[in-house]
Design a protein around this ligand. Structure first.
Ligand SMILES: [Fe+2]
Length: 363
């Protein structure tokens, strides 16, 4: 299995993971002749899919969360936002059930390096992002030794952290270009609006509620809405600030393509001790797969391949299945273990390498 951008779809590829939209299955795992669906996928704003083909045969892409649980969560959060818009009520029971499922799966997949690549329509971003941010926050909390009860409080607050966006004008929220200063100031209000909304929900703990208010604060006081600093911020807020930014950067947005994991990790490192808590960033980065299995990569010697498996504790040096030589020629596929060939590193990832007809015959 491997991840490709929709523009790389070829008619003989087979879908390796199902695609859902608004909770409905639109393409099942195993769907072939994918070329037929390019237009529909583009229309929905789906920019990447997992496919199965000869060169990715046998490559497994482990995920901390099953597609089923992820969709249950997205459905819950979608209904929660809808209910709140229509009736001003938040059904905490449904959210709690979804959170329990997520925590159960996370506890079972302890050693999986995170590579959340949720395939979803562009309109679904708020829900997809809420769920992914929650998974990142929970994995970090688990690493910090949190007890289940605290993990639940963190997760409920995280999954609802952007509920204030329901008050923000859709056209500004999903604007393709850069926001004007005035628009940005307006969008910032989603924090306070979200917190005020959650205040009406008695069954939520204050620790959960406060996340909506503080997830854009920075430890040096440069964040918003209140410019809180260091110890003025609860650890929940510092965790969600990291999880929120990392997921936003590694997701395709209406105004920019997604960043690679490596770029997003570099950005977190760059702001250690200013925007983000250094210790939390270091622990967080240990959980992330820099080059997840199924990622197309180019090595420094020009060879091109797909990440086949991870070397534990060495996130920059996975095993790569080579399918093209530096001069573009294709021989039989073979593996390069970057833990053994130490003079080579990964130069680029997630670039669009068009596999021509000849390469289909390889392997
Ligand atoms: Fe936010």
């Amino acid at each position: 299995m491997r991840l490709i951008s929709t523009s790389q779809i070829q008619s003989d590829m087979v879908l390796a993971r199902p695609i859902y939209n608004e909770g409905r299955l639109i393409l099942a795992e195993g769907t072939n002749n994918l070329g037929r669906y390019i237009k529909s996928l583009n229309r929905l704003g789906i920019s990447e899919i997992y496919i199965e083909d000869t060169i990715s045969e046998g490559i497994d892409v482990p995920d901390v969360l099953t597609v089923k649980t992820r969709n249950i969560c997205k459905e819950t959060i979608r209904n929660t936002f809808k209910d709140f818009t229509n009736r001003g009520k938040i059904q905490v029971e449904g959210i709690e059930k979804s959170i329990d499922l997520v925590i159960e799966e996370i506890m079972q997949n302890k050693d999986v390096l995170i590579s959340l690549n949720d395939i979803g329509a562009a309109d679904e971003y708020t829900y997809t992002h809420s769920v992914s941010t929650t998974v990142y926050a929970l994995l970090l909390a688990q690493r910090l030794g949190y007890k289940i009860e605290m993990m639940k409080r963190l997760a409920i607050g995280t999954i609802l952290h952007d509920i204030g966006k329901i008050y923000i004008d859709h056209d500004i929220m999903f604007k393709e270009g850069k926001l004007t200063d005035k628009e940005y100031e307006y969008v910032k209000k989603h924090t306070l609006l979200g917190y005020n909304a959650l205040k009406s929900c008695d069954s939520l703990s204050e620790l959960s509620r406060i996340i909506s208010l503080t997830h854009h604060e920075h430890i040096d006081g440069t964040g918003y809405p209140r410019g809180l600093k260091g110890d003025e911020l609860h650890q929940f807020s510092k965790i969600v600030a990291i999880a929120d930014v990392y997921d936003a950067l590694t997701s395709t947005r209406c105004y920019r393509p997604k960043w690679s994991n490596k770029q997003a990790m570099d950005m977190l490192m760059q702001y250690c001790g200013t925007k983000f808590d250094t210790d939390l960033v270091c622990r967080f980065l240990q959980l992330i797969a820099v080059y997840p299995n199924g990622t197309q990569v180019k090595l420094t010697d020009g060879r091109v391949g797909i990440v086949k498996e991870q070397n534990p504790g060495m996130p920059l040096r996975p095993v790569v299945r080579i399918f093209a030589e530096a001069d573009g020629s294709k021989k039989e596929m073979y593996d390069v273990n970057l833990m053994i060939e130490l003079n080579i590193v990964i130069a680029e990832d997630e670039f669009d390498y068009i596999i021509d007809d000849k390469s289909k015959q390889v392997g």
